[in-house]
Write a protein that binds this ligand. Structure first.
Ligand code: C5P
Length: 404
């Protein structure tokens, strides 16, 4: 189950142009299984009507401190019953009122009357975001434990651009997951590789494979949501998951250098990338001409990055490989697990329907040297990633206990 499922989340919407994006945030929270209680300020209602948000949240929008139809004590009810409060967008005015405890409307009352964690997602013009009063309010709120999802840089409502644009709904969701999640990888350094490598034949052609990188990205996103510091060594350009540092690479050699540079200081390495097993032994510097006839391309093996990591594994590091197979799935994966000195291998039958490359779903078998295989039935890649990270957390816990 994901960290948001079954959680009661108050979504506060204040009066900024970005208020319309709160509808998408609400929809995604509901999709993740949360119960969303929307509260809009008066100013927010100048920007968007409450009807759409009421329809897409889990209950109708609340606006009234007085004569509230739902409860006689609205100023405390919503805050006391929340598991999390998210304010998106949060205006400079809301930040100032919250900082001062100036509880003049339903949303500010709710923020003051809660012990639940709070995430504010500021959105405003760059001048306002950088004003010392706003900077000071943000610093104070942060020091009190309020989580801040910083605005992004980009085009603003006035047509100008700069810092101040509301963070993406995906970033806001990731922050909520991080706050409500078990945080069981806090303090861990995790490296994940993703995508298929591309090995040059000449200046324009490559030897490539069908890996989309989606499963690796999902593993990186889940690890970050669980509190890890995550570096993703990637050959593809998917949206960067919130809180993850992406290092772009193209070839097996570049991937090897990027991983080996970080391997000694990594607590967990997940090799989800489909690394080419063979590459052209030399790449032509220009484009090979058609008129010159069919070229003979001589291949040589690439270094097995994972086997190298396994041979030099530092004590306590958890090393995870993937095995894409079309037959004898478990037997082949188990032999790789042992041969490459891994702690876990994620085996997927890439010949099966809706499994593996390019799909948004996957079905895998998790194999460890000393435990029974665990089958994860067809599920979203993010759910598969959760199962992988759960197993990594279990392995870390067992090695930690072993050390005591
Ligand atoms: O042996 P095989 O290529 O099937 O093993 C798959 C696993 O090994 C994957 O985790 C993949 O990332 C890794 N691998 C590697 N370097 C290679 C080939 C595969 O790290 N040259």
């Amino acid at each position: 189950m994901n960290a948001l499922a079954g959680k009661r989340i108050v979504l506060g919407v204040t009066g900024g142009i970005a208020a319309y994006k709160a509808i998408e945030v609400s929809r995604r929270l509901v999709d993740a299984g949360a119960h969303v209680v929307p509260i809009m300020t008066d100013a927010a209602q100048q920007f968007i009507g409450s009807t759409t948000l009421s329809a897409l949240a889990s209950e109708p929008v609340q606006t009234e401190l007085w004569d509230n139809a739902t409860t006689p004590i609205p100023h405390t009810k919503f805050g006391q019953t929340a598991d999390l409060i998210v304010v998106a967008p949060a205006t400079a005015k809301l930040l100032a009122a919250y900082r001062m405890g100036y509880s003049h409307d339903l949303l500010t009352n709710t923020l003051i009357a809660t012990r639940a964690p709070v995430i504010v997602c500021p959105a405003m013009h760059t001048e306002m975001w950088e004003h010392p009063s706003v900077v000071d309010n943000i610093d104070t709120l942060r020091a009190r434990g309020v989580h801040v999802v910083e605005p992004e840089s980009g085009r603003l409502a006035g047509g100008d651009s700069g810092a101040g644009r509301l963070a993406s709904p995906a970033s806001i969701l990731a922050a909520a997951e991080r706050v409500l999640g078990p945080n069981d990888l806090a303090g861990a350094t995790v490296v994940v590789s993703a995508g298929g490598t591309r090995e040059p034949i000449d200046a324009v052609r490559v030897v490539a494979n069908r890996s989309s990188g989606k499963q690796g990205y999902a593993v990186a996103e889940e690890a970050a949501a669980r509190g890890a510091t995550v570096t993703l060594i990637s050959t593809v350009a998917l949206p960067t998951p919130h809180g993850v540092t992406v290092v772009p690479v193209e070839t097996a050699a570049e991937m090897q250098a990027a991983i080996e540079e970080r391997s000694a200081s990594s607590d967990v390495i997940v090799m989800a990338a489909a690394v080419a097993d063979f590459r052209p032994s030399s790449a032509a510097s220009g484009k090979i001409k058609k008129q010159d006839g069919v070229p003979e391309i001589v291949l040589e093996p690439t270094p097995d990055i994972l086997a190298g990591l396994g041979a030099n594994k530092p004590a306590g590091q958890v090393l995870v490989g993937f095995a894409a197979e079309t037959n004898d799935l478990v037997a082949n994966a188990r032999s790789k697990l042992i041969r490459k000195n891994l702690d876990l291998i994620v085996a997927n039958d890439v010949g099966a329907d809706r499994v593996g490359f390019a799909h948004d779903t996957n079905a895998v078998t998790l194999l460890r040297p000393d435990a029974k295989p665990v089958e994860i039935d067809l599920a979203a890649k993010r759910d598969v990633a959760r199962a992988v990270i759960n197993t990594i957390v279990e392995i870390r816990a067992s090695t930690q206990t072993g050390k005591d």
